[in-house]
Design a protein around this ligand. Sequence first.
Ligand SMILES: Nc1ncnc2c1ncn2[C@@H]1O[C@H](COP(=O)(O)OP(=O)(O)OP(=O)(O)O)[C@@H](O)[C@H]1O
Length: 338
Amino acid sequence: VDSLRKEYKVKKGGFFFKKNRKAATKNISFCVRKSEVLGLLGPNGAGKTTSMYMLAGEVKPIAGEVVLCGNVPAESPGILGYCPQNNSLWPNLTVKEHLEIYAAVKGMKKEDAGVAIRRIAEALELKEHMGKAARKLSLGVSRKVCFAISMLGNPNIVLLDEPSTGLDPKGQQRLWRAIRAAFKNKDRGAILTTHYMEEAEAVCDRVAIMVYGKIRCIGSIQQLKSKFGKGYLLEIKVKESHQVDQIHKEIIRIFPHAARQDRFSSLLVYKIPKDNVQSLSQAFLLLQEAKRAYNIEEYSFSQSTLEQVFIELAKEQEKEDFRLNNTFQWRHLRTESI
Ligand SMILES: Nc1ncnc2c1ncn2[C@@H]1O[C@H](COP(=O)(O)OP(=O)(O)OP(=O)(O)O)[C@@H](O)[C@H]1O
């Protein structure tokens, strides 16, 4: 994906903005490797769905280029599978009919289609729903059907726009297993948008975080945590509450800029800035010594979670929204006063 840009016309309060176009994606570029699931994360309005629409060919970009498998046309059968955010199913057709129609559209032979449909129905626990009309399906089952349709015919590239929305935890786990199995060590790749950090951690090999129409960062989850995580989280479970003050002093001695977060009599929680930790082995050595010296029940010392990284980066979009909204109100007021 090379420098993909999309702008929409903006209309607010019944009239157009002075600059009446808003960029939903600002020249985004990235690539998806074979056997990789690339996660596209971002706050609401960051431009994920617009990106998916452009990749699927539903929306025309104003600039940029998408190259699929060495520039094979997207409409070639077997190239692209797409699970859009909305469950676009025919209300009166059954699940089986949906799968058979899409298999035929994708050019699958009838025997191959039968085998593939049985296999995917089993993997996603869809068997008992095969004869039901789409309008009678729950949101979660409809979602699974859309995913199944996108995977039919083993496409080389699959676009999954929030595939697990509406699924219960067990259904999510099943779907994640199916996604992993479909792409791991296979000659194909996927782009998956999600609001669930757990989903990104479970299925994505790399993650791109979009903020305000731009790809703010891209890399493996570990790389993003190391680069954008603000530090570490230390949680200490205290056995003898009279020792809290001494333990606190010891923690400040080990990590001089540790910031205490919560105040419970038996739990101490600290945020530790990165530069207070020269080496992880040294930090664990000192914490082990403190554990023995103060009879600490247990402690955990962990890196920022993907969620914390996401929240930090998403703040940039909030700031930008605030700035734009205020500019707009100011213009609005001026227009009204004229
Ligand atoms: N048809 C449209 N007309 C005008 N503006 C649009 C249109 N579709 C999207 N936008 C705007 O483009 C920006 C990106 O929207 P998009 O739906 O791609 O974000 P998103 O990251 O998918 O959000 P969400 O997580 O809520 O699905 C937003 O500011 C949105 O308001």
